[in-house]
Design a protein. Structure first.
Length: 132
């Protein structure tokens, strides 16, 4: 499954030739200020393939949070509520009580922070001897 900001913009521009978006920031602004059900539906459909994958990983790993970290903050901001709604449906409403979806403020360090968080939590929960 491949979902990216440029792929999303390209897909929507193909579906809506009369209304082209230059980039995801322009798309995010349009989606944020619209009640156009067709546009919202197209964006939901473009992001929907991520939901089963993230839902499966969430069920297997039981994370405290799902962090969206993309080069384009507008894409993350646009994707977060859509991913939340898809995850809620995929996980039959159970996800809403267990995991939150957050947008990383620093893409470069998001993975490192996640790994550090897991290590620290495991160290204090199980004792340092389990890290080796």
């Amino acid at each position: 499954t491949y979902v990216s900001a440029p792929a999303l913009v390209h897909s929507l521009n193909r579906k809506r030739p009369g209304r082209g978006f230059r980039d995801v920031a322009e798309l995010a602004a349009a989606v944020g200020g619209t009640d156009d059900p067709d546009l919202l539906g197209d964006v939901h459909a473009a992001l929907e393939p991520l939901a089963p994958i993230v839902a499966t990983m969430t069920a297997m790993l039981d994370p405290d949070a799902i962090v969206l970290a993309t080069e384009d903050a507008a894409f993350s901001d646009l994707g977060r509520p859509l991913l939340e709604s898809h995850l809620n449906r995929e996980m039959l409403g159970l996800y809403a009580q267990a995991v939150r979806v957050v947008v990383a403020d620093d893409v470069e360090k998001a993975t490192l922070r996640g790994v550090a968080s897991v290590l620290i939590r495991r160290a204090f929960r199980n004792g340092f001897e389990t890290l080796g």
